[in-house]
Design a protein around this ligand. Sequence first.
Ligand code: TXA
Ligand code: MG
Length: 349
Amino acid sequence: MDTRVVRINEQHIDDTLIREAGGIIKAGGLVAFPTETVYGLGGDALNPASSKKIYEAKGRPSDNPLIVHIARMESLPAIVEKVPEAAKKLAAAFWPGPLTMILKKSETVPRETTGGLDTVAVRMPSHPTAAALIEASGGYVAAPSANRSGRPSPTVAEYVVEDLDGRIEMILDGGDVELGLESTIVDLTTEPPVILRPGFVTEEALAGVLGQVERDAALFSGDSGQAPKAPGMKYRHYAPEGELTIVRGSAPAVTDYINAGLSKGRKNNKKTGVIATDETIGSYSADVPRSVGKRMDVNAVAKGLYRILREFDDESVELIYSESFDGAGVSQAVMNRLLKAAGHRVIDV
Ligand code: TXA
Ligand code: MG
């Protein structure tokens, strides 16, 4: 199939284009579109055949459920058993925005969309193009990140083209996304609610609204012994093709350890890469050195991470070391993704 790539300006959204894109989704086709977090691969969430197509296009296991995207609060009651108080509070505080809530699903949502579960993930994105597309598509758009399964989520349309060209009908190119990491997922079907995936709506912010919130035990450890509650978390994800190791400790010890590893890698004829910060990048001797920005600017780190992981693949880097980005707030999202990319390979020095 020919994939049409069209540029869309969020300041002056072209209604004709959006109607066309919405028509594709209503007819059972797939359209990739920008959101504030990452690009999504959209299909009609209430059409089982569309959800099947999404799994096929991504090469994704069909037991990994999709997030249903809505554009207005009035759309929520139809797809859930009931709207709990906690959901109303969270929606008032963080929607539209980078927060996904897990709720008990209604009959309306096909199990193809929820990977067989009786719960549904719902998010209302803030990106104007995403909101317009959802409205034009009938109100319910199932959208996983628009990458081939196992690759980092796309932060620009070029990466969507790289992964999905020829497999979907249309790509709306809205340029760079704003945030660069996927939404926070909070499960409201348990008491207290549990964070299944950290993101820009932080644990602190959720606790501020909910009072109490817990973290899924599998978030930061590779071997919690517990089955992950968001099925997507059990799959190897975000992973570069090269072997990635995170090195944690005092700055000088980290630099020394990484440089020793890099020179050993070079001796073995491995192409090397490093993920560091503006402050430290000059002290490493890697074939492909990449800075995520200033260490204090965690939003920049979050925004740059997936692009860097893809660049390592483009450059066929085989051995990669990364500095660690531990901390509260958005750092939790950064470390969660980095740990997954590294298969939880962490060295404390
Ligand atoms: O920011 C985002 O959330 C992006 C944009 C496009 O909105 N979407 C996204 O979707 O990241 P995806 O499919 O790549 O990740 C969805 C995650 C998966 O880990 C999946 O297992 C989990 O959400 N999930 C979906 N439905 C669930 C459910 N009913 N219960 C538990 N986890 C669920
Ligand atoms: Mg994804």
